[in-house]
Design a binder for this molecule. Structure first.
Ligand SMILES: NC(=O)c1ccc[n+]([C@@H]2O[C@H](COP(=O)([O-])OP(=O)(O)OC[C@H]3O[C@@H](n4cnc5c(N)ncnc54)[C@H](OP(=O)(O)O)[C@@H]3O)[C@@H](O)[C@H]2O)c1
Length: 259
């Protein structure tokens, strides 16, 4: 349990994930008076935590983030951003080093393939576009809207594109259908969607966690190949947690050692 009396200065949580939201709620519930969730502002109507406060928008690079940490007298920095948000993670690392602030990286472990999965590993989206099996004609792109442009030249394929916000029409593959949806997605619904759309290949990031695992399980059930985009490399943080519970324990340890 976090000692509420010790929690006087703000904790900043870089978010954009369900785990970040949960962590803000649980730290606030544990007695911390000033827990701030930071969002990039990429989604127009983000799901917000029930407790804590929210700030929205970039900081202006690593130096901007360092200035914010100093100016706001932040006590602890937690990078709970998505595993593919490489830029903000690099900025958090640089800003923590510059300010000598304790930094925790909260990052869900990646999914691992089962023996009956057929995964094709790609280092990035351009490689993924070239690695889709030649027989695959109807591709489910479950990758977010910004990366869709890498598939724009695949004129001989049809794409089902799912994202919260619409992709840029100028760089979207010519033959596609876009659906707007926000997770979680369960296996039964994902199987139904892939069957209805006659999908023969899934392209996805390795986000980890349960909320979006349904598509992986559905692809296995349907015997479909999965082109899996590898996670980007990131700087080695001094402290690392894979779960919200581990992150809460880290905060408690930091407070004990600074008391
Ligand atoms: N990439 C994904 O696949 C994905 C999936 C789900 C959710 N998200 C969430 O969406 C956000 C944007 O993702 P991205 O891949 O575009 O990030 P990114 O490439 O790593 O970051 C781009 C810029 O956006 C700003 N930014 C990113 N996250 C921020 C945050 N939590 N608070 C304040 N500013 C933030 C920073 O601007 P400044 O340099 O001006 O500070 C950063 O330099 C992230 O917060 C991430 O957690 C990303």
């Amino acid at each position: 349990m976090v000692d509420a009396a010790a929690l006087k200065r703000p904790v900043l949580i870089l978010g954009g994930t369900g785990d970040a939201r949960l962590l803000v709620e649980q730290l606030t519930q544990a007695g911390h008076r000033d827990v701030r969730l930071s969002l990039a502002g990429a989604t127009r109507a983000p799901t917000l935590p029930d407790r804590g406060s929210v700030r929205i928008g970039g900081f202006g690079g690593a130096q901007g983030l360092a200035d914010y940490l100093i100016g706001e007298q932040i006590a602890l920095l937690i990078d709970a951003t998505h595993p593919y948000a490489a830029q903000i993670t690099a900025h958090a690392h640089a800003a923590a080093q510059h300010t000598k602030l304790p930094l925790l990286r909260l990052n869900r472990p990646p999914w691992v393939p089962h023996t009956d999965d057929h995964w094709i590993s790609a280092t990035d989206h351009l490689q993924a576009a070239s690695l889709m099996p030649s027989h695959a004609r109807r591709i489910f792109l479950s990758i977010g809207r910004k990366e869709v442009a890498a598939y724009a030249n695949c004129a001989d394929r049809w794409f089902l594109i799912r994202s919260i916000e619409p992709p840029d029409p100028d760089t979207t593959p010519a033959r596609h259908r876009w659906i707007s949806a926000r997770g979680p997605f369960d296996m039964a619904a994902e199987t139904m969607l892939m069957r209805a759309q006659q999908i023969d290949c899934l392209v996805t990031k390795n986000s980890g966690g349960k909320a979006t695992y349904g598509k992986i399980a559905a692809a296995r059930t349907l015997g479909l190949p999965v082109v899996m985009i590898a996670r980007p490399a990131e700087p080695q943080a001094d402290a690392h947690a894979e779960t919200v519970a581990d992150a809460l324990a880290w905060v408690a340890r930091q407070l004990r050692s600074s008391a």
